[in-house]
Design a protein around this ligand. Structure first.
Ligand SMILES: Cc1ncc(COP(=O)(O)O)c(C=O)c1O
Length: 418
């Protein structure tokens, strides 16, 4: 970063500080990961200088000799990795990708059915504060209180009653496998378009560690930066040509201008990496790690939503530990364990001060950590949370000790890209 060091030492220093923070921290945020050095290199290139409104072979600017080749590579790799006929790699991120689905298939005021935010759905699945909840008519499904899992009979009942034109499955805090065939059957029955939002699990789907929505969902939306381990970006995929055309038009010119070509190149790199056997091993290990961590936490009296996990994600309710999610997450962060506070289904507390914490194992698995480290992390989470629940003085001592042990552990597991 020699140029950055001399032009803007303030920003250069802050970037270095963030790099050190990422290296020294156990990243347990379920939506984050470590992009590889190759992915990072592709993002920091001259591709950011180029405007390319349109699609390969049909652009509104000249000079696309190279950009077209890059976008075609990204598209072909996405098609091959996920087994779809069509991929659009231009959405700036997951939220605009989902908005493009609305634009492609719904008129304002029409009905969308998605999982409610407090149950694990995403804002863009029709939650009230999102444009998708304000401009469309949202109806919601959740999980059963006794199992913490989606009840497909209930989903069917709501769909038959409300007749949505669009149904979203998938979400942002779902620890269990998504039943794509069952959602597809319901969507067919009511004549709705089924959108599978696999933002969280895309890397697991690509690596064969979660069933694929291909062949079931009409449209697949994903971010590229979570378990898939690419740059910040998103993709929309489909199998039918009719849907493909609608999606392309919705992304450009419907919602966006010029694609971020440096991101497109980095997505292409990440997709190449995701097609390797090493990536399949990583995807399997992510799930094994999550299950080991879930078992450790459960054994220590943590109340896991749905009792465990099938994927990379664990959601737990801290009510039995006598502490809210926010103070617990803040204490864990001080100890070098990075998590986020999160609502749990049927939460009686407010979203900004909820009862739960959400964690995930993609980042730690990318660093090469395995089951033994998950057991240790589970023990640390318990020690910090229990100490904070007991009071300030006890917590300070425990946080300092755990922080030292976390730094020692992370020093043995270099993170990709750092
Ligand atoms: C399921 C799901 N969809 C969409 C998004 C939105 O992605 P972005 O934050 O890139 O807009 C997220 C982000 O967390 C998500 O979890």
């Amino acid at each position: 970063m020699s140029s950055l060091n001399s032009v803007d030492p303030q920003i250069a220093e802050l970037i270095k500080a963030e790099e050190r923070r990422q290296a020294d921290t156990v990243k347990l945020i379920a939506s984050e990961n470590y992009a590889s050095k190759a992915v990072l290199e592709a993002t920091g290139t001259v591709l950011t200088n180029k405007y390319s409104e349109g699609y390969p072979g049909k652009r509104y600017y000249e000079g696309q000799q190279v950009i077209d080749q890059i976008e075609i590579l990204a598209i072909e790799r996405a098609k091959s990795l996920f087994g779809v006929n069509h991929a659009n790699v231009q959405p700036y991120s997951g939220s605009p990708a989902n908005l493009a689905i609305y634009l492609a298939f719904l008129k304002p005021g029409e009905t969308v059915m998605g999982m409610g935010l407090p149950f694990g759905g995403h804002l863009t699945h029709g939650w009230s504060v999102s444009a998708t909840g304000k401009w469309f008519n949202p109806v919601r499904y959740g999980v059963r209180q006794d199992t913490g899992r989606v009840d497909m009979d209930e989903v069917r009942e709501i769909a038959l009653r409300e007749r949505p034109k669009l149904i979203f499955c998938g979400g942002t805090a779902i620890p269990r496998t998504i039943d794509f065939p069952a959602f597809a059957e319901i969507a067919r029955e009511v004549g709705a378009v089924l959108a599978a939002d696999i933002a969280h699990i895309a890397g697991l789907v690509a690596g064969g560690a979660h069933p694929s929505p291909v062949g079931h969902a009409d449209v697949i939306s994903t971010t590229t930066h979570k378990t898939l381990r690419g740059p910040r970006g998103a993709m929309l995929m489909a199998t039918s040509d009719e849907h493909a055309t609608a999606l392309n038009k919705a992304v450009f010119p419907g919602l966006q201008g010029g694609p971020h070509n440096h991101t497109t190149a980095a997505i292409a790199v990440a997709l190449k990496e995701a097609a390797t056997d090493e990536f399949k091993d990583y995807a399997r290990q992510v799930v094994m790690n999550a299950q080991a961590l879930a078992e450790e936490l459960s054994g220590r009296g943590f109340d896991l939503v749905s009792g465990g996990t099938d994927n990379h994600l664990i959601l737990f309710d801290l009510t039995p530990k006598g502490i809210g999610g926010k103070p617990a997450a803040q204490a864990l962060d001080k100890a070098g364990l990075e998590t986020n506070y999160n609502s749990v289904p049927f939460d009686t507390r407010k979203p900004f001060d909820p009862s739960g914490i959400r964690i995930g194992t993609a980042g730690v698995t990318s660093r090469g950590m395995g089951v033994a480290e998950m057991r240790q992390i589970g023990a640390w989470i318990d020690q910090v949370v229990s100490a904070v629940a007991k009071g300030e003085d006890e917590a300070k001592h425990v946080i300092t000790r755990v922080h030292g042990e976390v730094t020692e552990l992370t020093s043995h597991f270099p993170a990709p890209g750092l």
